[in-house]
Design a protein around this ligand. Structure first.
Ligand SMILES: Cc1cc2nc3c(=O)[nH]c(=O)nc-3n(C[C@H](O)[C@H](O)[C@H](O)COP(=O)(O)OP(=O)(O)OC[C@H]3O[C@@H](n4cnc5c(N)ncnc54)[C@H](O)[C@@H]3O)c2cc1C
Length: 287
């Protein structure tokens, strides 16, 4: 294990640990608890450090852990290790055809340089209400595999993961090991559309949908303290959505979303865009 002390002019002082195994990372998390932070791509973490929003005494860089770099597409689904960069996930040939919504979200995230560092695990661990990967993970019902030194492994359904603005179900000593998207039925169609102000800005609103013969799901980002999930299967008959039916779905959506007004947009505009994007996503996923 490599140990070093990093001291930059514009960053607080902290010690960097670079474990080579999950067990070593878990031991470090166990020993330092809330005084340490995991660094995957660092694209959220370094911003928080620079702004002194967090001042951990130890930063654990997990990019050297081979077990976290597993990226596997099998008949059981897609398993994405916590240290796999978004660029690497995008290279997977089956991503666009099988998990279209995730492909669309990743392809439009940050820029090429950031995508070569940033991870999906880091995106959800930050627990921003605007996390682009959250919608696709919801509609594909992803399972988050988590480990800790003292309590072992647990599997968390994405629906249970987000607890508030920048708050997740994770305890300070827990490490996301991988994210699994279960295999999809052949007739599944999914789509992700977001509205943003510029190339490198977070979404004003993000809408994701997935539909097959068994279910129809919608997910929303940046319109509530956490990403929002809706099962709208009961509305869908004959693979068609009439205006009356859309109005019923939209009424349901309005009971769940509660956007704020901020520098990016007013609340009213976010609601307006949510309705437009919902129509577009439903058009994409339902023939
Ligand atoms: C210019 C810019 C543009 C951006 N654009 C977008 C965008 O378009 N859409 C979007 O959603 N986000 C965007 N982001 C935010 C960020 O890039 C993403 O959230 C990214 O996916 C974070 O991943 P990371 O690997 O860099 O996380 P890190 O910064 O390494 O970590 C983020 C947080 O997660 C924790 N963490 C990381 N890995 C684990 C793990 N395995 N287990 C437990 N906790 C963990 C860290 O301790 C930290 O608290 C942008 C950021 C910047 C700076």
């Amino acid at each position: 294990m490599m140990v070093g002390t990093v001291s930059y002019v514009d960053l607080p002082k902290f010690k960097v640990e670079v474990p080579n195994s999950i067990e070593d990372a878990l031991e470090l998390l166990h020993n330092h608890q809330a005084n340490c932070k995991i660094l995957a791509g660092g694209t959220d973490l370094l911003v928080d450090l620079r702004h002194r929003l967090i001042q951990p005494s130890v930063v654990i860089d997990i990019k050297n852990i081979l077990e976290l770099k597993k990226l596997e597409f099998t008949e059981n689904g897609l398993q994405i290790g916590a240290a796999v960069s978004i660029s690497e996930v995008l290279k997977l040939p089956q991503l666009k055809t099988h998990y279209t919504a995730l492909y669309q979200a990743l392809n439009d995230m940050c820029d090429e340089i950031l995508r070569s560092r940033a991870t999906i695990a880091g995106n959800i661990a930050t627990a921003s209400p605007a996390a682009d990967t959250a919608g696709p993970l919801y509609v594909h019902q992803a399972i988050i595999s988590v480990k800790s030194h003292s309590r072992g492994s647990r599997m968390i359904l994405i629906n249970d993961f987000f607890k508030g603005v920048k708050k997740s179900i994770l305890d300070p000593d827990e490490l996301i090991v991988s994210i699994t998207l279960p295999s999809i039925s052949k007739d599944t169609k999914s789509a992700f559309i977001k509205m943003k102000r510029g190339v490198e800005d977070l979404a004003l609103v993000g809408v994701t949908g997935a539909h097959n013969h068994q279910h129809t799901f919608l997910a929303y980002t940046a319109v509530a303290p956490t990403p929002i999930f809706l099962d709208i299967s009961m509305y869908i008959t004959n693979n068609k959505i009439s205006e009356d039916l859309f109005q019923s779905i939209w009424k349901d959506v309005l009971t769940k979303i509660n956007p704020i007004s901020d520098v990016r947009s007013s609340k009213a505009y976010r609601i307006h865009i949510s309705e437009i994007l919902t129509r577009l996503v439903l058009k994409e996923i339902i023939a």
